[in-house]
Design a protein around this ligand. Structure first.
Ligand SMILES: N[C@@H](CCC(=O)N[C@@H](CS)C(=O)NCC(=O)O)C(=O)O
Length: 86
């Protein structure tokens, strides 16, 4: 099983992009993950809002169903420090 990275569809934008920073942190840390892409248009994000309680990406859904949505820099730190499921 793997965690799920809920992110926007703009996979080609990298650099400082919040979704990419978190995806890169998962890659670098060797965390197994699958990407769940959500619509860019805010009005089309009902499923994501139901999951996270807000509209901004990204969020990480753990294997036990918990969903972590924090500022991307905090998510990156959590992943890099091995605190993803802490
Ligand atoms: N300060 C937030 C910014 C998050 C953010 O802007 N995420 C973009 C990633 S694509 C987003 O959700 N954009 C869609 C929108 O603003 O509706 C963070 O770093 O987590």
């Amino acid at each position: 099983m793997a965690v799920k990275l809920h992110r926007c569809r703009t996979m080609w934008i990298k650099g400082p992009h919040p979704c990419w920073k978190v995806q890169k942190a998962l890659e670098d840390a060797g965390v197994e993950y699958e990407v769940v892409k959500h619509p860019v248009r805010r009005g089309k994000r009902a499923e994501y809002v139901a999951l996270t309680g807000q509209k901004l990406f990204p969020a990480v859904e753990l294997e036990d169903g918990r969903v972590i949505r924090e500022e991307s820099k905090d998510l990156v730190a959590r992943i890099r420090e091995g605190r993803l499921s802490a």
